[in-house]
Design a protein around this ligand. Sequence first.
Ligand code: T3D
Length: 268
Amino acid sequence: MSNTFATIKTENEDGVLTITLNRPDSYNALDEQISVELTTALRMAERDPETRCIVLTGAGKAFCAGQDLIEIKSHYTDDGAKPLDFGVLLRSRYNPIVTRLRSIEKPVIAAVNGVAAGAGASLAFAADLRIGCKSASIAPAFINIGLIPDAGGTFNLQRIVGYAKAAEIWMLGEKVDAEEAYRVGLFNRLVDDEQLMPTTMELAKRLASMPTRGIGLTKRGMNRAWNSTLEDQLEYEAFLQQTAGMTEDHREGVLAFIEKRNAEFKGR
Ligand code: T3D
């Protein structure tokens, strides 16, 4: 993927696409440009067969501070400025990003390098896996400015940590530190700051060398399971397995086992 973006950086290495939110002075807050560029990068990653795992992280001290509040400050003056239509903003900017993160049939890892606030936290919760470092934290933020947890916040967090913990986090709006995030299962792994990217890349490269179609179909099945009956899900698994069973990687995996050698998966 060519790197022609202004507010994000992209880097390809061994099948891993790393997308770095790159507005460090504003803690990688989400303005219109970064939202468009992130959407574009994810769309390109979805189509690129060379990309077999995606890492999302932030430049500088923060992962992402959510909506850029400076961008929208003109709506908060006393002179009768038109109130912001959040519905329009969410539908046009945030919802396409979150939908893509959840539907892209490749593993997505959030490397949480610092504070993830508001919609920035929601982005991290939309990833499949989260690796946090000791100085990372989650700042629920929304309720502190009278808003609800958007960008999939009401949906994804309770699926990760359960309703009661999610309700506590979103309703109280108190910062969750890295140890607590790891303890409640919000971070899959917790590492020292300097180990964040090496650990993340090791895991990402491992995932990128695995049967990508199988992982993608696993994600599709798990996404669907939230709204299925057991019977529907069993039928859907049969359909997904029919597809997985026809992949080159499935054949390679079985042959490698029989021939007592390491499998070489191609992601097909
Ligand atoms: O349409 C819609 O708007 C609806 C969608 C809403 C989605 C949302 O995300 S709502 C939530 C928006 N985000 C927030 O409310 C978070 C606001 N930020 C903070 O609470 C704190 O900054 C943090 C907890 C993230 C970090 O605190 P701290 O003490 O470590 O850093 P800081 O000094 O507050 O911030 C550092 C810099 O980043 C600072 O810039 P400066 O003064 O050094 O030039 C600060 O202004 C900037 N920054 C932080 N958050 C934002 C931001 N700039 C713009 N927008 C931000 N959200």
